[in-house]
Design a protein around this ligand. Sequence first.
Ligand code: ZN
Length: 408
Amino acid sequence: MQRYRKMDKLQIARINKYNVFRCLIRQSPINRAAIAKLTDLSIPTVMSIVDDLFEKGMVRSIGKGESSGGKPPEMLEIVPDRFFYIGVDIGRTTIRVVANNIISEQIACLQEPTGEPFPEKLFVERLCKLVLQLVKHLHAKKECILGVGIAMPGLIENETGNVIFSPDFGWNHIPLRTWLQARLPYPIIVENANRALALNESYIPGEEDHTHTTFSVNLGYGIGAGLVLGEDLYTGASGTSGEIGHITVEPDGPACKCGNIGCLEAVASGAAIAREGQRIMGEGVPSKITELCGADPDRIDAKLVFRAANLGDEIALNIIDRAAEYIGIGLSMAVNVLDPDRVVLCGGLMKNGPLFFDKIKASLQKHQMRQVGRRMMISMETKGEYSTANGACRVLANTLWWQRKLPI
Ligand SMILES: [Zn+2]
């Protein structure tokens, strides 16, 4: 029976080393005795592990700390720029690439418009060029790059890195990781973009006890979500958790690109808001939307509808109210089921000011069960345009950690 198998000495030594390393990443500057206390290891074991990390250039001394009676202890810290994670956010409008160091600080970044994702192989070649461009900028040797985390919208098979279905990209069964792996000399993982974003948004700097449950919803051109339990993503039995955009909120509603009818995404996403603006203009109803787009329906996007709403246009305000109402209904279902500590609303739609956030909150309060979610905090994303790419780095870091594949 696997579950009762005793660990051998080598496995225990490896776990001890990982724990000391994580302690140094999170608690630097720190002395050896404090590491021993936090990890519950003996001081000789910590000394031996730290010596090894010194030899590998991963830890350095930063002088003496304060004495608590005896000799002042030597303070240690992790060498932050010894290794890097690369994160790629393949957005429908923009591709963003970041390089983060071992303590998750963003060191470098670049972005360019996504353009047409066809033919798929040529698009993947472009991605590789962007990754190599950023690596070159770091002046880092090949072995200093720990891997590349890819955040991609759509259904992703985690074990293989295959994109099963990406409606935003029109991709079906694309072996993304295999294609990237053939061109890049680093370990590669592929994760759903909403989940990568959720992992980054769940992280609170300085928080020691990472036990919170965070439900993060990405409200943009499409709608998706990610659930983070403590420090780990919940992916689901078949790797497809988080599809809040495809729950039915209007059984007789419009068709959704997933093949169902009346999905949240079909009535409340950025694309749905734009479509509604175009429909109303097509019916000849006078509004600021028509003025702002110069009577050209192709220029109507969600941003323009929000602009009209912020100018007080009743028609635009109705469209926004309706979208917020549906999002609140969708959120109430998730909150009733999950009772999370935190809900974070992210994505392009949240960049249109606090009005939309307040309307969603009001709808959520109206629809959620009164007794549920009393301890829940709800907030807007604060981590900026590279949050998904940084999340891809975090997914990679977690994967390498659990697979014990860090070079320590
Ligand atoms: Zn759908």
